[in-house]
Each structure stands twice: as C-alpha cells, then as structure tokens.
Design a protein around this ligand. Structure first.
Ligand code: ADP
Ligand code: GLC
Length: 482
C-alpha cells in the first residue's frame, strides 16, 4: 500500500498548530502498519533546513508559477521519504500562511494551488517521480484542489481521502485565480469549486475526494449541523455515507513525561513526585510564588476566537480570587494578545503570559500545571487535552468535538465508577467556566481523589496505533482489498 500524504505543515519541519503534529506522526504510524506513506509539502526555509538527505529530483518552468523544483529527502530521525516543493517566490519567507502582522499572504491561492497541483501530478500516470501511490491523502484546504485536479485532468484518477482538520479555514479566493491555477472554467459551478461567488479550496476537497474524514467521531457528526458546519453542513450531510470520524492520536515519543527532554524532572504515574518538582521549577521560571499547594492553571494555544481564551480573560478575576495562578502561552489575534498582556501586567506574580511560540515552554506548562484550560467554542479534535491527560494535568474543556470524545467529566457518577479524567463544561460562558474550576479546586484539595483523576488520564493509551489501523482499513476498503 502506497500513500502520498499531502500537507501544508508537518512537525518538526514546519508548524503552526495541530495539523503539523498529525502530519508528522500519522505517516510514521502508517509506516509501522506496513504502509509506504510519503509526505509532500512546501519547501519552507525551516523544512529545507530540517529535512535530511535532500537532493533535487527535477526542475521545471511551469507556465503559471515559474521556476519550480522538487526535492526528495528523509523525515528527520525517522528516515521515511519526504518530498519538498522548492519555489523561491512562494515559500522562501517567514510565516507559513501569514506575514508578521497576521495578514494572510496575498498569493496563498497560488502557493497552495501549486502544492495541490503537485499532489495530483505525483498521483497520476505522468508522475515525475518514481513512486506511484495507490491513494492520495489530502489535509485541509491547502491541499483541497488536489482531488479537483485529479478529477479534471485524469481519465481514471486514483482514489483520494480529504481530511478536515478544521472546517473554519475554507481557502476562499476570488474566482479570477481559477485561470491562473490552470483549472477549467466549468470547474467554477455550484457542484464544483464555486462558493457564494468565490472559489473555495475546501469545497473542492469535499466535493471531489473519494472519501472525507475528520479528526474525531463527534466532530464528524457536528459538522453536519448548522451550528458547526460553517456553511458546509448541507454538502457534508449529502456526502455522509463517505464521511468518517477517526480520532487523532498523539506522538507518545515526543509527549512522554518520563523521557521529555524539555522538563526539569522526568516523571510517570508511578512517580508523581516528579510532577510536583516540575511545578515548583515552572513557578520559579515564571517569577511566581513557588508553592505546591497553589493551583496552577495552564493554557497553550493559538489565540483565536475558536479557543475561547477571551472567556478565560473574562473569568480571570474570579479565578484569581479563588487563589489560582495562571500561565498562558500563545500567539495570534492582536486584540487577544493585548488583553492577555494587560491582565499579566495588572497581576504580576499571579498571571504569567508569553506571547509567542515556544515548544519547550509548551512542554513545561503541560508538565508543571495542575489543570489545563481548553474552553474551545469548537474543536475538531484537539491535541493539548490529550497531552494534558498523559502528563497528569487535569483538562478543563467544553463538550465539543474531540474534547467530548476524550475527556470524561468528573461527575459524581463517573468519579464513583473510577473513570473520570477531567472536567467538561456544557455551555461556555465566564460563570460556567469559573464554577467548573471552583468545583475542580474542591477536588484538588483532596490529594488522593485528585491523584486518581490524574492517573486515569496518564494510564490511557492515546498513541497513534489504533487510528493508523483505522486509516489502513479505510484505504483497504477504498481499494477493495482485504
Ligand atoms: P490547533 O491545531 O487548533 O491549534 P491542537 O490542540 O490540535 O489545536 O494543537 C495545537 C498544537 O500547537 C499543540 O501541539 C500545541 O502545543 C501547539 N501550540 C499552539 N500554540 C503554541 C505556542 N504558542 N507555543 C508552542 N506550542 C504551541
Ligand atoms: C486543527 C484543529 C484541532 C486538531 C488539529 C489536528 O488545527 O483545530 O482540533 O486537533 O487540527 O487534526
């Protein structure tokens, strides 16, 4: 089984969020179940620097894009093949999708049109490389045009999977780019790429892929409704027989408190004392009062409306009154960044805020905090709540998407049955958030009960093995092989 895995980011080559974590780990997990999975992505500066054994496969002057080359290399540390598209004009800049003022790059349609075009080209009979995939696996809008290219350009296209990591990002552009992208005029129809007068890369993927998957079973149901479908609920309901929800895994090599090089002290569920020393060291690093009994609430996320950090800011006065400390790492919308900075300045020693991107600090927050806040308004899967569970840091989440599939609320019943591992909020607002955290703090003071919650999460297997088998079953079914 050969799979070309097209993506716009893959950790550690380039990352803005969870898509990179998945794209870095799933192909490796597929290798483990016998699939020859290879990544195709843009050759951003960081990817060119981190990929190993790079060599140029060919160079071509494309009519609509100009000088382009394909490089072949291997994935750092794991050794499976990676293809990088080299295009100086498109990818040689800092910022995957946006400039440093968080404005989308003007030429994103061309940048990701080229990625999609390469994905389709490498999946067809005229492929320029010596690798003929059985399946093309696309991820999010940046690769959405690939199934459309296959549809319009190939007599017998290979089957394709389109995975929705986040339906909020729809790749919408003015229809003028269609000609530049080399797509036929007739593709711009309501059954094709047209979306309220514009072109949508996402719609192309949803319409033309053989199968659609999304990253949790619950989100697969939610996106068929008006509340979560963001305009695509009708299309997705119509295609529900080919829509599957497969829960993401986490990279248990990268996220393992017993071996994590970013931590102050390694620990595991058999040795929880190490967690406490990570907390004290983190409090020290952040300039907070070092006290194991003070509840430390952590948050690591893109600062976007989706993630609900505005609600945490609203609830903050109450949380601080309860005696909690708050540490936040993230970047994104300038309004949210400014609001967090203001809160930190007003509460030195109790609120620590880091605007920016810091892999090591993200790991230390996961290890050092007592609770991890993830009050998302929607969350296709969410990885941080799973990292938190593995690190014994109790997640406080909303009942949406993959959060609802992974966090088991500490209701009396679930506590009695010994299966609770976190706190789940049904309807998000500042009062519900504060009340839930207040309830959590009551349990926090009962050391044994809290430890039981921690170890329930820490013992659960969130590795990629199960999901990789589910993808393999799906691929086999698409190819009708057993
Ligand atoms: P999303 O993909 O919607 O951003 P996920 O929970 O799936 O949400 O994944 C987010 C990933 O990005 C996690 O690995 C998280 O640790 C990481 N992350 C987000 N913001 C930052 C940041 N500012 N610094 C370091 N890591 C971050
Ligand atoms: C998206 C989603 C997130 C998911 C990630 C990886 O960025 O927002 O919920 O975990 O993709 O699939």
């Amino acid at each position: 089984m050969k799979v070309l895995f097209a993506t716009s980011e893959a950790h550690p080559l380039a990352k803005t969020g969870g898509l990179a974590d998945v794209s870095g780990a799933l192909p490796a997990a597929l290798q483990d179940v016998g699939v020859d999975a290879r990544i195709l992505m843009p050759g951003y500066p960081s990817a060119l620097e981190k990929a190993e054994n790079l060599s140029r496969v060919f160079r071509i002057d494309l009519p609509n894009h100009g000088e382009t080359a394909l490089l072949r290399g291997t994935f750092p540390g794991l050794g499976f093949p990676v293809y990088l598209i080299e295009h100086a004009g498109y990818y040689q800049r800092e910022g995957l999708y946006q400039d440093k003022n968080t404005q989308d790059w003007q030429d994103n349609a061309l940048r990701f049109g080229l990625l999609s075009q390469f994905a389709a080209w490498m999946s067809g009979p005229k492929s320029p490389v010596n690798f003929t995939p059985d399946i093309l696996h696309c991820n999010d809008w940046q690769t959405g045009l690939a199934p459309a290219y296959l549809h319009f350009e190939e007599a017998t296209p290979i089957p394709s999977v389109f995975t929705i990591h986040n339906i909020a990002y729809q790749g919408i552009f003015s229809p003028e780019v269609i000609a530049k992208l080399g797509l036929p005029k007739e593709s711009f129809s309501v059954d094709g790429l047209e979306y309220y007068g514009n072109l949508s890369f996402l719609k192309a993927g949803l319409n033309y892929a053989t199968r659609i998957t999304t990253v949790s079973p619950n989100y697969a149901k939610e996106i068929q409704t008006e509340a979560f479908g963001m305009g695509f609920q009708g299309l997705l309901s119509a295609r529900k027989s080919v829509l599957h929800g497969i829960l993401n895994g986490i990279d248990t090599r990268e996220w393992n408190p017993a071996t994590d090089p970013h931590l102050y002290t390694p620990y595991s569920f058999e040795n929880l004392a190490g967690k406490s020393s990570n907390k004290l060291s983190l409090q020290g690093e952040l300039g907070m009062q070092c006290n194991a009994k003070t509840p430390l609430l952590g948050m690591v996320s893109r600062m976007a409306h989706q993630k609900g950090s505005d609600v945490v800011i609203e609830a903050a006065p109450k949380l601080l009154q309860m005696g909690a400390q708050l540490v936040v790492l993230g970047n994104g919308e300038q309004k949210l960044e400014a609001a967090w900075r203001k809160l930190a300045n007003a509460n030195p020693g109790q609120v620590a805020v880091f605007i920016g991107y810091d892999e090591g600090l993200a790991h230390r927050i996961e290890a050092g905090a007592d609770m991890f806040l993830m009050p998302s308004r929607f969350e296709p899967c969410g990885l941080n709540q799973m990292y938190s569970l593995r690190y014994g840091t109790i997640p406080v989440v909303t009942r949406v998407g993959g959060l609802a599939d992974t966090v088991i609320h500490a209701s009396q019943e679930n506590l009695n049955q010994g299966k609770a591992n976190g706190f789940v909020i049904d309807h998000l607002d500042k009062n519900a958030l504060a009340e839930t955290i207040n309830r959590a703090l009551i349990l926090f003071r009962h050391k044994l009960a809290w430890q039981k919650l921690m170890t329930n999460g820490m013992k659960k297997d969130f590795g990629w093995g199960k999901s990789a088998h589910q993808y393999l079953d799906l691929y086999r079914e698409m190819l009708k092989v057993s």
